[in-house]
Write a protein that binds this ligand. Structure first.
Ligand code: MF3
Ligand code: CO
Length: 297
């Protein structure tokens, strides 16, 4: 078969291992959410993440990946992705993405989890996003809050596009771009979609085929099939979508210093539908606004 060749297909048990890894990443998210506030440093958050992974009997997949020097990526304001946790404390109003991962070893193989979210830093932990909030209500918010909401919403729009028989990988990016455009029409400004970074397959390695682009791409792509696991992870900006990598060879910033925001969900495809591995409720709340009912593993 021409399309879909080279995409790892997981069996039931292997999806179970990946669910375990993804839920450990969710525990990292919960700990980060709880600790991240003004005055805390990214390095402190990175340490907490490493502790969650160790306590769970898992391993870091970021640490040492192409020599990456930390456990998670923390990208502040105009940093787009791959921010290395350092010693500059968060300030009130910082828009920060936390990209986290780990793997478990089962049956002699690695089973990877990888997901990300963003928050606006305050004096207290940020409120959890409301799955049902509408674009219209967000027209009342600051542009920073709008960017956060567009990024979160477009992630779930991309995931929802997987829940159709014979859906193709490129349908995800088309749905993300459509979501970004429809927010743009309602809000009067359109987020930039960074094209240099994509979502990806995941399984016995963190990054596998296929690439999952975050925009409408021409050409035929692989059919999404049961046993595949995909990470959907749009990166959006409040300005140009042009980015530049800093001298540390990791930190990626917007060239115009516009704010950037990143979200990532890890989604398994089952015979009966999709299943968001990194959400304890399998993605039910997040996908309800799209009329999609995810399946339990
Ligand atoms: N987790 C990122 C992704 O979403 C990749 C992290 S790169 C690392 O694909 F070097 F930091 F590990
Ligand atoms: Co990823």
């Amino acid at each position: 078969m021409l399309f879909g060749r080279g995409i790892e297909i997981k069996n039931r048990q292997q999806l179970g291992y990946m669910r375990q890894a993804a839920l450990i990443v969710n525990q990292i998210h919960e700990a980060v959410w709880e600790y991240a506030r003004a005055g805390v440093t990214p390095r402190e958050i990175d340490k907490i993440s490493a502790q969650v992974i160790a306590d769970a009997g898992a391993h870091s997949n970021f640490l040492g990946y192409f020599d990456y020097p930390a456990t998670i990526c923390i990208s502040v304001n105009d940093t787009v992705v791959h921010g290395i946790p350092g010693d500059v404390p968060f300030e009130v109003g910082d828009l920060v993405s936390f990209d986290c991962g780990c793997y478990l070893v089962r049956d002699g193989k690695q089973w990877h989890g990888d997901s990300a979210f963003s928050v606006i830093i305050g004096e207290e932990p940020a409120p959890k996003p409301e799955p049902s909030i509408s674009a219209h209500e967000y027209a009342m918010c600051s542009e920073k809050e709008q960017l956060l909401e567009i990024t979160r919403y477009s992630t779930w729009a991309g995931v929802a596009a997987m829940d159709r028989s014979r859906a193709r990988v490129n349908d995800i990016g088309a749905a993300i771009e459509d979501a970004v455009d429809s927010f743009g029409q309602r809000l009067g400004w359109t987020a930039g979609i960074v094209e240099e970074f994509t979502g990806h397959g995941i399984g016995t390695a963190m990054h596998q085929a296929p690439d999952v682009v975050n925009f409408r791409a021409a050409g035929r792509s692989a059919v999404i099939k049961p046993g595949m696991v995909l990470c959907v992870e749009p990166i959006l900006t409040r300005g140009s979508n042009q980015v530049v990598t800093m001298a540390d060879e990791w930190t990626v910033k917007t060239v115009d210093h516009a704010l950037a925001c990143h979200w990532e969900a890890q989604v398994a495809v089952l015979e009966r539908g999709i299943c968001v591995l990194n959400q304890p409720d399998f993605g039910k709340a997040a996908l309800a606004p799209f009329g999609v009912e995810p399946q339990e593993l």
